[in-house]
Structure formats: C-alpha cells, structure tokens
Design a protein around this ligand. Structure first.
Ligand code: ZN
Length: 620
C-alpha cells in the first residue's frame, strides 16, 4: 500500500481561521475521457438529511498540474462540475467551515474539525481507486502547535500528525473525520486494540480524566467481549468537542465524532455519576456499538449509495433502535451502573414513546422510511404526528429481547440475533435487504422452540398499537407501571414507593404542552398535544403565556405550582401573545394521562432471565 502510486491526491490545509476557510487541492492524474466530473456528496452516512455540502464550497478553479495552465471548469448541477483534460489536473477550492456539529466542518482559532463529505470532491468514474490525503501545516497550525487526530490510515506523518494518509476508495475516505487543535488526549487498550480519546474546547482543572478513561475503557472492552471475536478495527478514536450545551454523535468505521456539554464531564470527587455524565457514557457506548451495528452490519441500500440521493430504508428500528437499547445495557453489563439506575434509564426511554400520541399515527417502519423529510425535519407538530425510530425502535428491541427469551425458554435472546447478524453479514461485508432481519429473528426463534414473530413485527414495527408490556415484564420479575407525571419536569423512571402510590391514587393535572422559560421572563409554548388542555383553549406552539388569573407569569415553575394546587373543575383566565398581538382565553387543566413509565422489581419471582445475562460476554 505504502509504495503505491496514488492517482488521486488531496491536500488540505487549515488556511484562514478568521474567514473559516479550509483550502483543498485535488490532483487527478488521469482524468476520465472525454470529460471528468467531480462531485461533493449531499449527505453524510448516519445522518439522514440532504445537506447540500456544496453550498459551502467557494472559489473553485482548475489547472494543468505540470504547466499551471488554467483548465476551464463548468457546473454540471448544484454539486458537480466537469472539465476536459488529457493530462494531470489540479482542482483547487476552499470550504467554508463554520458549522459547530459533528456533521460538517468547523474551523476557527480554537480548532479545526472536518468530515470528508464536506471537504473532498469525489472523482466520478474513479471512486473505487485508492486516494492519498496530505494534511498540510499552515501558519495557525504551526504557531499554535496543533495536533491532528483521525482514524485515517497513515502513510507517513510527523509527531503532530501532519503528513500523508490514505484511503482505499472514496467511500472509505469519508469515514475518517479530522480533529485538529490542542487537545487533552486519553489513551487505553481494550481487547488489544489501542483506543484514543481527544477533547477540544474549554474545560477547567476539575475534570476527572482518569474516570472517563476508566469508564469508557470498560464499556469498549464489554462491547468487544459481547461479540466474542477479535474487534473489527485495529485502532479506535473518540473525537470529542466540548461546548456549553451541545449534544450529539456520529459513528464512523474506526472512530466517532462527539459533541457534549462541559457540565456533563465528570469532576474530581464526584461520587455517583450525574445524569449528564451518564448521558455522555451512553453516547460513547451508543456510537461505539455502531462500529458493528450500521457501519458493518448494514442495510444493503446504504452500502450501495453514492451519497447523492436519499437512501431509503425501513430498517432504522434495528440500526438506531437496537443500538439505543444496548447503549444503556452495556453501562449495566460493564458495571458502570447498578440495576436500579438501569431501570430508571429504561423507564425514561419508554416514557419518550408513551408521551407521544404520534405513535398511534406513524409506525416505526414509516418513521424510518420518511426520516429524510419527517424525523430529521421535525416541526412543532412532531409529538402529535410522528414517532422516533430511536425511542420506539429501542422499545421494539426490548420487547423482542424479552419475547425471544420467553418463547425459547431462555435458549436465545436478542444478543444471539446481533451476533448472528455479525457472523453471517457484518463480518462478511454482506448488506441486509429490507425485512431480512425480521425473517432472521423469526427463523432463529422457531429453531430454538419458539414461534414465528410475524404477528410481533406486524404489531410493533408496522402497526401503531401499544404492546402489552405489563404481562411480559411480570414473567421476568418486574412491574411495568404507567403513571401520570408529577410535574412538567418528570420524564418518567424511578420514584419512591410512597410517591408512586400517592401519584397512582391521587389526581394530577396538566396543560398537555411543552413549555419553555424565556430568558427575559415569560413562558413560551413550544409543543401542544392535540385534544388536551391548551389545544382546547386555542393556544398553539409559539404563543407566549404572560398572565394566569390576572397575575404575571414569568416561569414555568409558577405554572407547575398552580397545577399542584389545582382543584378539579376550576378554570383559569389566560393572557397570551401570539406574534405581538394580545389574546385572552380560558384554560381548564386536564387530568394527566398515564404516560410516564416506571419499572420496579416485583414481589413475584421471575420465570425467565434477562438483566443477569443481557449484553454480557459471549463465550462460545
Ligand atoms: Zn445511533
């Protein structure tokens, strides 16, 4: 590989941090005849939205590599250009990098981060050829002594990571984002694979880096052990951007790009993990599991995509839902959390589904199919009209796990399905056809003494009715309880027995809306649940509630307090703004629906095993 002559060579430089410009030059040794087309993708794998990356490409030109003579280049469409040349041509352009997320590119005096989909033009007709990437140092990278971290295979680089890299083809090329800056770097080994975490951003002296390294190491080791085979990657990199309040991650073949809030990192002296830190660990666990599930075990349509047009699949319940189910399970099976904490996380996850009336209108298969236009482009009506394939997908994973365990008398579980897909598809590079995973689940269930899962999938994946978790959970020694919310900040999960009993006996009231405190005081309505209280009052998303019963309202906590004291049958006079116009209406709070989930250990003994073995090491 190293001695290979690369016919396609990209050079990229952190050029102008004030204008946020990355400079790219692309040398194509043998342009296709009679014309060569170069094209930037429209979407990035793992994030199902057409993002038209070419809108950030500026000042495109081309020249003969040897003579420097200009070559005329013209547009083919909004994201592709063509030229004619019979000898080596160098195409030059800049990328405007000012998107602080894991999906595009970002560059200023603090760091640079870029994805290949944002920066590297594909050379049409030559996408299968190996390419060389040279990361070139610049004034700012020299001055600040920045380092580079990427999963891209190295040809030869200096101590800071500047130099030459390669990828086997274009599709591989966009799998290796770069993080460049002065970062905190953590290293560890899991199952003989060297892992690295790099953190950019501002953080103080109190961050407990050892704890992060230890926790993430245990999670990675647990996930590799789960598959019971050598890990599919030879190195792994976590690229973490730390900001004030962001959250997100994107998976790649041997790395992941994460963005998290400063306050979510653990601090020295922290005893019990905070909710924010658990969320960070779940994110690490989730993206890491994608190394197997979606980066290798993957839908055939994703394998075949050239990233121009949407690749449409109904299978995201598996790739995001199952991954969401396991991200928390691995925190438990790696010993990062105890069973009570796990049940709390699970109750909250289930609540995210039971809170959404949209689940009665959209199936998970549809949610996956339409993700390009609906899930990834949610508006204020989302709770009423759609369901998430992440949350309900994870609920299907849970139901499937318990159903397999029960039907086969604990002979197989979801763990075995995942490992089967890895052995027979993912590790072989074979993509999965639509509906194939459902068939495999049914076949394995039948083979080990259970029944066909046709009705199961018709109900949970293609249907919109709720699943009977009450009776299924009871056979595993748990009570599945649907209860009303205590207040607007109650997201489900564990409660003390006393609070739970009080809540189930008593009455609690709601406005059926999601509210947001405004920085200057006042409460904005962000989402309104159809048929509930604010809907009945004619208040809609975007409206600002300013007074109730003649008294000024400045925070949603005030509304919560009024709801706590509410007596059935009373009405409230409400003043609110829609746009800059003042309106008056009458609100009648309604009894809160039982849409929060709490799971507790039951008194009855378990007939089947679940958490004692789920997500654990595979031994043969
Ligand atoms: Zn995911």
């Amino acid at each position: 590989m190293y001695s290979q002559n690369f016919g396609i060579h990209y050079q990229i430089q952190c050029f102008d941090p004030k204008a946020h410009l990355l400079k790219v030059s692309l040398t194509i040794e043998s342009p296709t005849q009679p014309e060569q087309i170069v094209r930037l993708p429209n979407w990035i794998p793992g994030s199902y939205l057409l993002r038209n990356f070419a809108k950030h490409l500026v000042n495109l030109s081309a020249k003969e590599t040897q003579s420097g003579k200009p070559v005329q280049i013209e547009a083919v469409d909004l994201c592709a250009w063509k030229f004619h040349a019979t000898q080596s041509v160098t195409v030059e352009y800049f990328i405007y990098a000012w998107d602080l997320s894991v999906r595009k590119a970002h560059f200023d005096e603090t760091h640079a981060f870029f994805n290949g989909t944002s920066t590297f033009l594909a050379v049409e007709g030559q996408r299968d050829r190996p390419v060389k990437v040279s990361l070139v140092s610049s004034e700012i990278t020299n001055q600040k002594q920045w380092q580079a971290a990427t999963g891209m295979p190295v040809i030869e680089v200096d101590a800071n990571g500047f130099g030459d890299y390669y990828a086997n083809n274009y599709r591989d090329l966009v799998e290796y984002p770069f993080e460049i800056g002065n970062f905190v770097s953590l290293e560890f080994i899991a199952a003989n694979v060297p892992h690295k975490m790099v953190f950019t951003g501002r953080f103080d002296q109190t961050v407990d880096w050892d704890r992060i390294r230890d926790d993430v190491q245990k999670i990675c080791q647990t996930e590799i052990d789960f598959f019971g085979q050598a890990a599919p990657m030879t190195t792994y990199l976590f690229q973490v951007m730390v900001t004030g309040s962001d959250y997100g991650g994107l998976e790649h073949v041997n790395s992941t790009a994460l963005i998290c809030a400063r306050g979510d990192l653990p601090f020295l002296g922290m005893d019990k993990p905070t909710d924010g830190y658990l969320q960070f660990l779940e994110l690490c666990s989730h993206e890491y599991f994608h190394t197997w599930n979606v980066k290798r075990i993957m839908p055939k349509v994703y394998q075949q995509s050239d990233l121009n047009q949407p690749a449409i699949s109904e299978q995201l319940w598996w790739f995001e839902g199952v991954t969401s189910y396991y991200d928390a399970l691995f925190l438990l099976s790696s010993g990062r959390i105890d069973e009570t904490t796990y049940l709390d996380l699970l109750g909250k996850q289930l609540t995210r589904v039971y809170q959404m009336p949209g689940r009665f209108l959209q199936s998970v298969a549809q949610s996956s199919f339409y993700t390009w236009t609906k899930f990834y482009q949610q508006d204020e009506d989302a709770p009423n009209s759609i369901i998430s394939y992440y949350t309900k997908g994870s609920v299907i994973a849970l139901a499937l796990d318990l159903t397999l365990r029960k039907q086969t008398q604990n002979r197989i579980s979801l763990d075995d399905i995942v490992r089967h897909l890895w052995t027979h598809y993912g590790s072989q590079g074979i993509g999965l056809e639509e509906k194939q995973i459902e068939q495999i689940c049914s076949e394995l269930c039948l083979k080990f003494g259970g029944q066909s899962l046709e009705v199961f999938f018709a109900t949970l994946l293609y249907g919109t009715n709720d699943f009977d978790f009450e009776s299924l959970f009871s056979e595993f020694g748990y009570d599945f309880i649907l209860r009303p919310a205590q207040n607007s900040t109650d997201m489900g999960g564990q409660l003390s027995i006393e609070t739970l009993e009080k809540l189930l006996k008593g009455q609690s009231f709601t406005l059926g809306a999601r509210l947001q405190d405004l920085p200057a005081g006042g409460v904005k309505v962000t989402h309104v649940w159809n048929q509930q209280s604010l809907y009945q009052a004619g208040i809609t998303s975007g409206d600002e509630i300013i007074a109730l019963n003649g008294l000024r309202i400045q925070t949603k906590a005030q509304i919560d307090q009024m709801l706590q004291r509410y007596q059935n049958g009373q009405t409230w006079e409400c003043h609110y703004f829609r746009r800059d116009e003042l309106y008056t209406t009458t609100i009648t709070p309604q009894q809160a629906l039982k849409d929060r989930v709490t799971i507790v250990k039951s008194k009855a003994p378990a007939k089947f095993q679940w958490l004692s073995t789920a997500g654990a090491k595979h031994d043969g």
